[in-house]
Write a protein that binds this ligand. Structure first.
Ligand code: FES
Length: 560
């Protein structure tokens, strides 16, 4: 037991650590408890929203599981920012920031108290990525479990998800629906605990946790209120004790091939563009050299086969009924698109896991097609490059039917300015709405533009107006929406020198994002460009803006 307890022994072992043991005994722990491995249970929990409201309950289940498997569990909580609530306000600037906070809280709690291993329980958009970043960073035996999705909402007998409510705001402002309709959606869109229902960011990152091999097979898709989630929590917390015993650590799992598996699942599913940022960030923490070019390469060879919101029809609870993430991974493996020999938290390979997983014997073709009959022959996300994004930009190709758009720029220096212009009906067909100074440094915090993009769709302009931004999009966004434009405006990217009327082309099939300006015109404009004063001089956002890297590097904090 000594090697598995080497971390906790250094904090609680020996006569000189008697005061430390006294602190534990003050909480009712016995010598026997202290002699066992100490296992942190990182619960991303607070009462800010429904996405993680049940996670503290899951932490109690995990506690029992760790005890049963011979460990001594210690629950701690991490911050949670509910993206859906912060969306469209200054509060959204804290969303991506919270991802780094979560990783830092786990690092400080686990290291300061000498925990030997930990279980990470996530939910809302940034919690999964923050926890998985911490696993990669600390590289001690650890396992992730997603908190699960909410059940579908209900609007006049039709299943809906939160994305429909955002679009209803645009529809109401355009007088296409009544206030009673909007109220009905508000009341019944989210029927209880869990994350937003479609394949938005939280559910995408749940899927990614399985594809990376950091979570038990099948653990991502049971809804938050499903009893299966309780059983998975118990199994997950027992599995961490096995990881401790066999000495398998996150960086043994997080190889370059594991990241390729994650990107493959992302491309096949048409999941959230935010996953690009998060996968890059987890790779950074794992010390794996992953770039946007890897996403582009895989996007070109992996067909999109999943029919889920926002681009499609179904939600995570529907995917669960037909076999969940293992069904998708199995199809990819059978097609030779997945590395089956990647090791996972079960201690077995991806291939072995998928072989052992019992899929329900039901028709799944409405949600996941066969590889040879895909919705699109390429991945759901494309990387665009050009004189407007020399480092890269990201578009969810699956969320629009348009493959090419050319139109004049309408430039805004913040999300609010653009949102007001859309609601006031000032945006015309063909135009390209440009929202800049919303990047990692410029925002700071790279806000998501769901309010604007939903208003565009809600007003019926969805496929005729494009939007480009150095900020991000919600996983629920659909339309011709290009995000993560890098370099961002705040550091002198071309997006910062655009003017109203500049002609922008978005060419999805050829992976291009350009403005019709010559090199000399761009150079001349850049010479006259002056950086804006930082928006924040003190506090968390000022600290973040100083350290954050480009979105093309995952917007991680790089100390220098
Ligand atoms: Fe939490 Fe959507 S707001 S998952």
């Amino acid at each position: 037991m000594s090697s598995v307890k080497s971390r906790s022994n250094s904090v609680y072992g020996g006569y000189e650590k008697a005061p430390n043991r006294a602190f534990l005994k003050a909480m009712g722990l016995t010598d026997n408890d202290i002699s066992k491995p100490l296992v942190g249970i990182a619960a991303a929990w607070n009462e800010a929203g429904p996405c993680n409201i049940h996670v503290l309950g899951l932490a109690s289940v995990a506690k029992e599981g760790v005890r049963e498997a011979g460990g001594t569990p210690r629950i701690f909580t991490t911050p949670v920012v509910i993206d859906g609530i912060a969306m469209g306000s200054e509060g959204m600037k804290y969303s991506l920031v919270s991802r780094e906070l979560i990783a830092n809280v786990v690092e400080s709690t686990v290291n300061a108290h000498g925990y030997d291993a930990f279980v990470a329980l996530g939910g809302c958009d940034k919690t999964g990525p923050g926890l998985m970043m911490a696993m990669a960073r600390l590289n001690i035996p650890s396992i992730y479990m997603y908190g699960g999705t909410t059940l579908p909402g209900n609007y006049k007998g039709k299943p809906i998800a939160i994305g429909d409510v955002y679009e209803a705001v645009g529809a109401y402002s355009a007088k296409k629906i009544t206030s009673d309709d909007l109220r009905l959606m508000e009341d019944f869109a989210i029927p209880g605990p869990g994350t937003c229902g479609g394949l938005y960011t939280a559910n995408t990152m749940g899927m990614i946790s399985e594809a990376l091999g950091l979570a038990l097979p099948g653990s991502a898709s049971p809804p938050a209120v499903d009893a299966e989630r309780v059983r998975y929590t118990r199994e997950t917390s027992k599995a961490v004790m096995n990881l401790l015993e066999i000495g398998l650590k996150p960086r043994d799992i997080l190889t370059f091939e594991a990241f390729e598996n994650a990107i493959t699942a992302l491309m096949a599913s048409g999941g959230s563009t935010n996953a690009v940022l998060h996968i890059l960030a987890i790779a950074y923490e794992a010390g794996v050299n992953l770039t946007l070019d890897d996403f582009d390469r895989i996007s070109k060879k992996v067909p999109e086969i999943v029919n889920m919101k926002p681009g499609g029809e179904f939600v995570m609870a529907d995917l669960h009924k037909v076999g969940g993430v293992p069904l998708l991974l199995k199809k990819l493996l059978d097609a030779g698109l997945l590395h089956g020999d990647s090791i996972t938290v079960t201690g077995k390979t991806m291939e072995k896991n998928l072989k052992e997983f019992k899929l329900p014997n039901v028709d799944s073709s409405h949600i996941i097609r066969d590889i040879n009959a895909p919705f699109n022959s390429y991945g759901g996300i494309r990387i665009l490059k050009g004189n407007l994004a020399t480092e890269g930009a990201v578009i969810k190709a699956s969320a629009t039917k348009v493959r090419y758009h050319k139109g004049p720029a309408r430039v805004f220096n913040s999300e609010q300015e653009a949102f007001s212009a859309v609601l006031d009906g000032k945006i015309k067909e063909k135009e390209v709405v440009v929202i800049r100074y919303e990047g990692p440094k410029g925002g700071p915090g790279m806000r998501e533009m769901l309010a604007v993009t939903s208003a565009i769709v809600g007003q019926g302009l969805g496929e005729s107006v494009a939007l480009i931004t150095d900020g991000r999009f919600s996983g629920a966004t659909r339309g011709i929406m290009v995000g993560h434009v890098a370099p961002e405006a705040a550091v002198g990217g071309t997006i910062g020198i655009l003017q109203d009327g500049d002609i922008i082309t978005i060419d999805i099939d050829n992976g291009k994002l350009n403005v019709e300006l010559t090199e000399k015109e761009i150079k001349d404009r850049l010479e006259n460009w002056k950086p804006l004063e930082p928006k924040y001089k003190s506090g968390l956002l000022a600290q973040y803006a100083k350290l954050v890297s480009s979105s093309s590097k995952g917007a991680v904090l790089i100390p220098y």
